[in-house]
Design a protein around this ligand. Structure first.
Ligand code: FAD
Length: 437
C-alpha cells in the first residue's frame, strides 16, 4: 500500500502530521515536492531559501531510507501523475490558507475524485487550525485579543516525532534538485530544518528577556525564526512547546501568526482587497515617492534604514516594518498594495497571510480596532532607536551625526547638511507633518 505526501511549505521531518500519519499507515510513502515555475519567479531570496530547505529535507529523508522526490511543473498535474505511476491509494497534504492554496486544494480534490484517489488534508501550518475557533455569530475572529484568549484555552494536538523509516516504492526516479539560485540579498539567512533547530535552541535563552528586548531595533535580539516558520522548517507547535506553552509575550506573537492565518482562510482576498468594510481608501498616485521608499531614499532616516535592511538581509525588524509601512500609507499616503509587493519580493518570511494582514493593519484597512491612529516616524525612531544605532548601521551617509539628531537631519545647520550625501524628506502636497515644523 502506497501514499503520496505532497510537501509545500512544511519542509521538515519533525512534527509533520501528514508525513508521520502516512508513514504509520502505509508500507510505502512518496514525499513529493513540485517546483512550480510560476511561484519560484516571485522572490529570488525565497527561492534560494526554498532550495536550501529542500536539500536538507532530502538528506533527512535519505537518512531514513527514503528520499524527497522532486518534480517540476504544475503541482496538481504532477502529483496526480506520480500517484498513478506508483499505484498510490491517495495523497496527503498540509492544509494551507491563501487563495492560491485554496485553489490548489480544490483542483487536487477534483482530480483525486476523477482518478479514485483519496485526498486528506492535515494540520501543521499553525498551532491552532484556522477555522478551529469561531466567535459566537461569526465565522472567524476579526479582533486579536478575544482570539488570543480563546486560543490560549483550546486543546492542542500532540507533537509528533519524526518518522524513523520512510520506504519509497521500488524503481522511482527521485528527480534532480537544481543547485540553489543566487538570492538578491547578500546577508540573507540560510534555509533548512537543521539550521532552524540550531537557531531555535541558540535563541531560547533570550526568551525570558523578550518583553524587554523585542522593540530594541539596534539590539536585534528577536528570534528571527520567521523564515523557518514560513517554509515549515520548524513546526510552530514545537516552537510554542519549547517556548513553554501558550503564555508570555513571545508566544503571543506566534498567536498573531495563527490569527492572520484564520483571517486569511476566511478572507482569501486579503492581499488585494480591503478587509474592513467601509474602509476609506484615498491613496495618492506618486511613482517617484514609491520608488524612493522602496529603495530607502525617503529622507526619513529610520524609514530608509528599515528598507535597506530589507534589501540587505531579506528580513526586517518588526518595529521597522511597522514604521516603513506606516510611512508609506499614513505619511506619504500611498496605497498599501504596492507596499505588500515590495515586501513580498524581498522577505524570506514573506507570505500572504502575515504580509497582507499586517499591512492592512498598519494601513487602517484591516484588523486594527483603531484604524485612524496617527503616525509619527520621528517619535517612533526616538523611542525605539534612542541613540540612532540602527540608523547609523544602515544609513552610513549619516554615521557622523551624533546622538538622536540623526533622526532629523533636516534640522542640522545648513553647512553640516551640505556635507551629508542624504536627501531632504519627500514632500507630500498639502501635508504639514508636525515633525517637520
Ligand atoms: P519574533 O519577535 O521572534 O516573533 C516570533 C514569531 O512570531 C515570528 O517569527 C512570527 O512567526 C510571529 N510574529 C511576530 N510578530 C508577528 C506579527 N505582527 N504578525 C504575525 N506573526 C508575527 N511576518 C511574517 O512572518 N511574514 C511576513 O510577510 C510579514 N510581513 C509583515 C509586514 C508588516 C507591514 C508588518 C508590520 C509585519 C510583518 N510581519 C510578517 C510580522 C513580523 O514583523 C515578523 O513576523 C517578525 O518581525 C519576524 O521576526 P522574528 O522571527 O525575529 O520575530
Amino acid at each position: 500500500r502506497t501514499a503520496v505526501v505532497l510537501l509545500t511549505r512544511d519542509l521538515r521531518v519533525h512534527d509533520h502530521p501528514a508525513l508521520a500519519t502516512a508513514c504509520a499507515a502505509f508500507d510505502r510513502v512518496v514525499p513529493l515536492f513540485v517546483l512550480d515555475p510560476a511561484l519560484t519567479a516571485l522572490s529570488p531570496n525565497r527561492t534560494r531559501f526554498l532550495h536550501q530547505s529542500l536539500a536538507e529535507l532530502r538528506e533527512a529523508l535519505r537518512e531514513r531510507g527514503g528520499d524527497l522526490v522532486i518534480r517540476r511543473g504544475d503541482p496538481v498535474a504532477e502529483t496526480i501523475r506520480l500517484a498513478r505511476e506508483v499505484h498510490a491509494e491517495g495523497i496527503g497534504l498540509s492544509a494551507d490558507v491563501s487563495r492560491h492554496a485554496h485553489r490548489r486544494q480544490e483542483r487536487l480534490r477534483a482530480e483525486c475524485e476523477r482518478h479514485r484517489l483519496f485526498l486528506r488534508l492535515f494540520p501543521g501550518l499553525t498551532i491552532v487550525d484556522p477555522g478551529a475557533l469561531r466567535p459566537t455569530g461569526g465565522d472567524h475572529y476579526r479582533v486579536f485579543s478575544p482570539y488570543f484568549r480563546a486560543w490560549q484555552g483550546v486543546a492542542l494536538r500532540e507533537e509528533l516525532a519524526a518518522p524513523e523509516r520512510v520506504r519509497l516504492p521500488d524503481g522511482i526516479d527521485p528527480g534532480r534538485l537544481p543547485a540553489p539560485p543566487k538570492g538578491d540579498s547578500p546577508d540573507a539567512a540560510p534555509g533548512g530544518e537543521r539550521v532552524a533547530q540550531r537557531r531555535l535552541t541558540g535563541w531560547l535563552p533570550t526568551l525570558k528577556r523578550y518583553d524587554d528586548i523585542h522593540d530594541d531595533m539596534a539590539g536585534d535580539e528577536t528570534s528571527r525564526l520567521s523564515p523557518y516558520l514560513r517554509f515549515g522548517c520548524l513546526s510552530p507547535l514545537s516552537v510554542a512547546n519549547r517556548a513553554g506553552g501558550r503564555d508570555g509575550p513571545f508566544v503571543r506573537q506566534l498567536c498573531w501568526r495563527d490569527f492572520y492565518y484564520q483571517v486569511t482562510d476566511a478572507f482569501p482576498e486579503i492581499s488585494g482587497v480591503a478587509y474592513r468594510r467601509g474602509a476609506t481608501e484615498e491613496w495618492r498616485e506618486d511613482g517617484e515617492a514609491l520608488t524612493a521608499w522602496a529603495e530607502g531614499r525617503t529622507g526619513m532616516p529610520i524609514v530608509d534604514a528599515g528598507m535597506r535592511q530589507l534589501r540587505a538581509e531579506g528580513w526586517m525588524h518588526n518595529r521597522a516594518r511597522l514604521i516603513t509601512a506606516g510611512h508609506l500609507t499614513k505619511t506619504l499616503r500611498l496605497d498599501w498594495r504596492p507596499g505588500v509587493k515590495v515586501f513580498s519580493r524581498w522577505l524570506l518570511d514573506g507570505d500572504v497571510a502575515n504580509n497582507s494582514g499586517n499591512w492592512q493593519w498598519v494601513a487602517g484597512t484591516g484588523n486594527d480596532s483603531r484604524p485612524y491612529r496617527g503616525f509619527n516616524p520621528v517619535r517612533q525612531a526616538e523611542r525605539y532607536d534612542p541613540v540612532g544605532a540602527y540608523v547609523r548601521r544602515w544609513v552610513p551617509e549619516l554615521a557622523s551625526v551624533e546622538g538622536k539628531a540623526i533622526h532629523q537631519p533636516w534640522r542640522l545647520p545648513p553647512e553640516v547638511r551640505r556635507t551629508l550625501d542624504y536627501p531632504p524628506p519627500l514632500e507630500v502636497p498639502g501635508a504639514d507633518p508636525v515633525w517637520l515644523r
